[in-house]
Ligand binder design. Structure first.
Ligand SMILES: Nc1ncnc2c1ncn2[C@@H]1O[C@H](COP(=O)(O)OP(=O)(O)OP(=O)(O)O)[C@@H](O)[C@H]1O
Length: 223
């Protein structure tokens, strides 16, 4: 579960987040949306401890983000995951596993590579992978930590419709996770998300997906 209470953040006089509240429970897939500059990346950086929380509280999987205990329960897929181009898909998996705090077995790597449909291509160097395959490999790395909370930053960015659909199918199949996914695409939000956290002028409003679609019909797209 993610719990944010009274969180504010400003860069000099630019108030980006103004006393926002957000709770995302297990089995919720919550989209994080808002216009360019609305504060999505700032919120993600605060959640990941990359930016200091000055006002308000963040609790991740029951741990305050001030303690550091939350780290084993959160995984993050950035918009562009830095993989090693001279290594194969499997070698990349092994390399990132070697950096993890817990042991990640070959069996788990096999399971995740099969989940993202890259098992057949595991021994190819990733220079031969398409953008979609690279993003799926990044997702496989993110998933083998098996954390309660998964944060995805525009996971389908730059993918063609087939690549996008394959990735969304995998995300749609994840169970028992708390997912926050930044996105600019209403169609993909509708496809996989149960809820939407909408940022506008420093305020955050949470909708269930049906309310959000209705709201968009009334007032036009946010983007
Ligand atoms: N390190 C920083 N220093 C100063 N201002 C910043 C910094 N990072 C972000 N900002 C400002 O904070 C506001 C929110 O930026 P942020 O990147 O969080 O928005 P965003 O919703 O992620 O935008 P986008 O959709 O374009 O990625 C913007 O006005 C931006 O210029």
């Amino acid at each position: 579960m993610i719990e944010i209470k009274g969180l504010s953040h400003a860069y000099q006089k630019n108030i980006v987040l103004d006393a926002i509240h957000l709770t995302i429970g297990a089995n919720e897939r919550c989209a994080l949306v808002g216009r360019n500059g609305a504060g999505k990346s700032t919120l993600i950086r605060l959640l990941l401890g990359l930016e200091k929380v000055k006002k308000g509280t963040i609790t991740l999987a029951g741990h305050s983000n001030k303690t550091g205990k939350w780290k084993s329960q959160v995984s993050y897929l950035p918009e562009k995951f830095q993989l090693y181009p001279h290594l194969t898909g499997f070698e990349n998996m092994r390399f990132f596993a070697s950096l993890a705090d817990k042991e990640i077995s070959d069996t788990i790597m096999e399971e995740k590579l099969k989940l993202v449909a890259l098992w057949e291509d595991r021994n190819k160097t990733i220079t031969s992978y398409s953008k979609g395959m690279l993003q799926r490999l990044g997702l496989a790395v993110t998933l083998y930590y098996d954390t309660d909370i998964i944060i995805l930053d525009e996971p389908t960015s730059g993918l063609d419709p087939i690549g996008r659909e394959k990735l969304l199918q995998i995300i749609d199949g994840l169970e028992g996770k708390t997912i926050l996914m930044a996105s600019h695409h209403l169609s993909e939000i509708e496809r996989v998300c149960t809820d939407v956290a909408f940022l506008e002028a420093g305020k955050l409003t949470k909708y269930n997906i049906h309310e959000f679609i209705g709201e968009q019909m009334k007032r036009g797209s946010w983007a």
